[in-house]
Ligand binder design. Structure first.
Ligand SMILES: NC(=O)c1ccc[n+]([C@@H]2O[C@H](COP(=O)([O-])OP(=O)(O)OC[C@H]3O[C@@H](n4cnc5c(N)ncnc54)[C@H](OP(=O)(O)O)[C@@H]3O)[C@@H](O)[C@H]2O)c1
Length: 158
């Protein structure tokens, strides 16, 4: 199983200027609960955005996508999607961001976990990036409809 997990603002953004534009402990606990003891796949920018004490994400096999020959302590660095899927090797795994990596790996996922966070992130209203066909439940959506990768914003939050 390859799943993707993210949290998005009311206007459909997942990040701003390289970081999460909110702090929601319940969502972090939800993320930890679902990904614990499993494989996580992320982009180099998301890796860089993690606080030092959570890098690598503890209790999880960290795989980082980068087109550069970087060495990241505690992570396996892979150069492309095929290598990432090879490294996952059929184990239960989560794509944990960011926007570039969701876009690259969504076609390979069979489950989405999306948390709606009740904040507006973009400087101007933007269309939602994912129109669900499934039923929302407790702020978390599972697959249904046509998933599209979420976006990051730049500029100051309002
Ligand atoms: N709300 C959420 O749930 C959530 C979750 C995760 C992240 N985020 C946010 O997302 C933002 C980061 O997203 P991002 O899109 O800027 O960056 P990203 O996807 O985390 O990382 C981008 C980097 O990953 C590597 N990469 C991406 N696609 C690749 C591919 N197909 N093959 C090989 N390498 C690939 C490249 O690294 P190199 O440049 O080293 O080649 C690229 O520069 C941050 O703001 C973060 O806080 C939000």
């Amino acid at each position: 199983m390859l799943a993707a997990i993210w949290a998005q603002s009311t206007d459909g953004f997942i990040g701003r200027d390289g970081v999460l534009p909110w702090s929601v402990p319940e969502d972090m606990a939800h993320f930890r609960r679902l990904t614990d003891d499993q494989v996580v796949v992320m982009g180099r920018a998301t890796w860089e955005s993690l606080p030092d004490r959570f890098r690598p994400l503890p209790g999880r096999d960290n795989i980082v996508l980068s087109r550069h020959a970087v060495v990241l302590a505690g992570a396996s660095v892979v150069p492309d999607v095929a290598a990432a899927l090879h490294a996952v090797a059929g184990r239960p795994a989560w794509v944990i961001g960011g926007a570039q990596v969701y876009a690259a790996l969504l076609p390979h996922t069979d489950r989405l976990e999306v948390t709606d966070v009740d904040v507006v992130s973009a400087p101007e209203p933007r269309p939602r990036t994912w129109e669900p066909g499934g039923s929302p439940s407790a702020g978390t959506r599972t697959t249904g409809g046509t998933p599209r990768a979420p976006a990051c914003a730049t500029g100051s939050a309002r």
